[in-house]
Design a protein around this ligand. Structure first.
Ligand code: SF4
Ligand code: SF4
Length: 445
């Protein structure tokens, strides 16, 4: 069978074998959780609780009036010990609500929906917002916003993203194998909200068990969804790449999937939507892969948000003595971690610990103009130029060369024989361009 895929991209070595056959294990309740006020793209939340308050599992503890935002919830039952800055997986200290657990869960659930098929779109969207659901594939964009495109956009297709193309991660894979029915239900609910009839499920061909399970349940439950097994290629999980792979539609630079009539959502997000709408449960936990050759017993854990990373490693018999790098989210797009007290957040799909055998000392050389970075860029950018402009602060050129279209997939840096940290400079370039745009806007008002 000829498998579908997108143009360019690459195939990094696969390390999913560490954890892909590890069934999801529920982590025991942590004694302390640290809940960041911002775990989404959009306006940060403001605390609704103060030190000393007793909170129940599922209770909204921080929220915002802004539409593009998502509330956060207590993920255990206990007492608010403090609201202050703690280490965040993104590397800085941010404001978090520290809750000390004082017993088992006492639940505060969402408003119960009797029959979602007969419930208004507005009420379903409100419930999804109250549940705090954001894109769990890592993008963390609020789901209620994504499911409510402007009236001038016509959406005709929905793609369920089961790609999980980061080489170590297996949390989505296990979720599809073990919770296929709930994922498919979540997909149906999202398509109902969008009033879309055509649904596609994109899964890379290195997850045969997940493809078989999802396909079987689609047929048995009578869903009119089309399974699309995909050739393994990085970064196929990025929305623009997936839309091309599945529908052969190109999302132009600066445009969004909805501009080509498509909404994409990750399998874990679909699962969370079903939990909210059918079980009235807000987003208080997620599946996270703890893996790498530096972990004694790699696992896929269902962990409460706010659980310190240290607890996750403890549940995996700890890390080996020769671990020399830990990152959150996979090696291609992930962030190096320096503090194991950092908590699980909504966007945490995995934590990878690697030993000296898998991490080389990197020496950077001058560019040899081989063109490998250009050849591999799935967005057709010129990474070498962008990185140079970012480094030297040429903001107009950064804009001209489309820096904001970069999805920071890391493919260019991965293939660069000179080991130039292309993505870091591109990120700095984006920051410089944003600052320049804001400054110019201020000066002209
Ligand atoms: S320039 Fe951006 S989109 Fe292109 S390969 Fe590099 S990180 Fe990926
Ligand atoms: S891959 Fe590296 S060495 Fe080759 S052109 Fe790009 S930046 Fe230069």
């Amino acid at each position: 069978m000829k498998l579908s895929t997108f143009k360019k991209g690459l195939h990094p070595e696969d390390y999913k074998y560490f954890s892909h056959d590890q069934a999801i294990e529920t982590l025991s309740l942590p004694d302390d959780v640290y809940i960041p006020l911002q775990q989404h793209i959009g306006t940060p939340c403001e605390p609704l609780v103060t030190k000393g308050d007793r909170v129940k599992t599922g209770q909204i503890i921080a929220n915002s009036d802004s539409y593009v935002s998502a509330p956060v919830h207590a993920t255990v039952t206990g007492v608010v010990k403090d609201i202050q800055k703690y280490y965040h997986p993104l590397g800085m200290r941010t404001t978090m609500i520290h809750i000390q657990r004082d017993g088992d869960d006492e639940w505060e659930l969402l408003e119960k929906i009797q029959d979602w098929k007969w419930t208004s779109k507005e009420k379903l969207l409100k419930t999804i917002r109250n549940a705090g659901i954001v894109g769990l594939g890592g993008a963390t964009f609020p789901t209620h916003v994504k499911l409510n495109p402007p009236d001038d956009k016509t959406i005709d297709s929905f793609i369920l993203n089961g790609v999980e193309c980061e080489p170590y991660l297996t949390s989505d894979d296990r979720l599809m194998v073990e919770h296929s029915d709930k994922i498919l239900l979540g997909m149906s609910i999202m398509m109902h909200i969008l009033d879309v009839q055509k649904g596609y499920i994109g899964i890379e061909n290195n997850k045969p068990e997940a493809i078989a399970r999802m396909q079987k349940r689609v047929v048995e439950l009578g869903y009119p969804f089309t399974m699309v097994p995909l050739k393994v290629k990085y970064p196929q999980g990025a929305e623009k790449m997936l839309i091309y792979s599945v529908l052969k539609r190109k999302v132009p630079a600066g445009k969004l999937p909805m501009d080509v009539g498509v909404v994409v959502n990750n399998v874990a997000t679909a699962h969370a939507v079903a939990e909210a709408i059918v079980d009235a449960k807000p987003l208080i936990q997620r599946v996270i892969t703890i893996t790498g050759d530096g972990v004694r017993q790699p696992k896929n854990l269902m962990a409460r948000l706010g659980t310190p990373f240290k607890n996750l490693f403890d549940a995996c018999d700890g890390v080996k003595d020769d671990v020399n790098q830990i990152f959150m989210g996979g090696p291609m797009m992930g962030m190096t971690q320096y503090h194991l007290e950092s908590p699980v957040v909504k966007g945490s799909s995995g934590i990878v610990a690697v030993t000296g055998d898998l991490v080389e000392e990197i020496t950077t050389f001058p560019c040899i103009r081989c063109g490998a970075c250009v050849k591999v860029c799935p967005i057709n950018l010129m990474p070498l130029r962008l990185s140079k402009f970012g480094q030297e602060g040429y903001v107009e050129k950064l804009d001209d060369f489309g820096v904001m279209s970069c999805i920071e997939c890391g493919a260019c840096a991965f293939v660069c024989p000179a080991n130039i940290p292309l993505v870091q400079w591109i990120r700095i370039g984006k920051l410089r361009l944003r600052e320049h745009t804001a400054k110019t806007a201020k000066e002209t008002t």
